[in-house]
Design a protein around this ligand. Structure first.
Ligand code: SF4
Ligand code: SF4
Length: 91
């Protein structure tokens, strides 16, 4: 049996696991604390946040949040938090 066949056989026998949904979060912005620095909007990897006409962030695409916590760990004024949403499909 060749090496490539061995590798293929090993990968075919790899145990499968049920797919797991990414954790998601509910984003809350405390407008009174926010200074509008734009960090959270610019660096959210999934475009959850956007700037409104008043130059303050709002949650534009809540379903996109993966609860990565970039925004709430980098906000200089602690003006944003992300609460994990439990996966309702689990137990
Ligand atoms: S990082 Fe914090 S202070 Fe800056 S815009 Fe976002 S919520 Fe406001
Ligand atoms: S937790 Fe991550 S994905 Fe969710 S809003 Fe913050 S930066 Fe974006």
């Amino acid at each position: 049996m060749s090496e490539s066949t061995l590798k293929q056989t090993a990968s075919e026998k790899k145990p499968t696991h049920p797919s797991t949904r990414k954790p998601r979060g509910k984003v809350v912005i405390f407008a009174n604390w926010c200074k509008g620095c734009r960090l959270c909007v610019e660096f959210c990897p999934t475009d959850v946040l956007a700037f409104g006409p008043n130059e303050f962030p709002y949650v534009a695409n809540p379903d996109n949040c993966t609860a990565c916590h970039w925004c709430d760990t980098h906000c200089p004024d602690l003006a944003i938090i992300v609460k994990p949403i439990e996966d309702e499909s689990q137990g």
